[in-house]
Write a protein that binds this ligand. Sequence first.
Ligand SMILES: [Zn+2]
Length: 157
Amino acid sequence: MHLIQSWKDGHSGRGSSALSRRAYLDITHRPVRVALTRLLLGEHCLAVALLRHPTRTHRRVERHDRLCRFGDGAVEDELHALFTCRGSEVLVQERDRFWKELRDRGLESEVRRLTRFEGGSRAVALLTEKVETATVLAWFGDKVLSIFKERQIYRMY
Ligand SMILES: [Zn+2]
């Protein structure tokens, strides 16, 4: 299930209409807007997406076996990559920068709380409600995906 799908299933009402969640479409820099859209739709280089389908040489991998290429044993999905993976020094540094950007906008503690206690998809939903924070998430997400892309994906079988 990709991130947008999990918002729809996760909650409805309380000012969280589908419309208000589409502010990210107003991000002006096109490549960044496209990168965020793909991240939200699950069209990206992470194992959770890439190993979903069989190829000529490999069969489909079950979701719980689509493990992080940095070897931490977690499922390599969007929320792991964005908020919890510490597999690479560069990734950790980029995430520190991301938190600082949110701190400057007074949103750090709320977003951290959402990632810890209510599932990261709600944090992503909050960030994409406004174009300004959606842009911060978009740049960060784009960097995160490029960091993952630099390393070869992990396959158990
Ligand atoms: Zn990881």
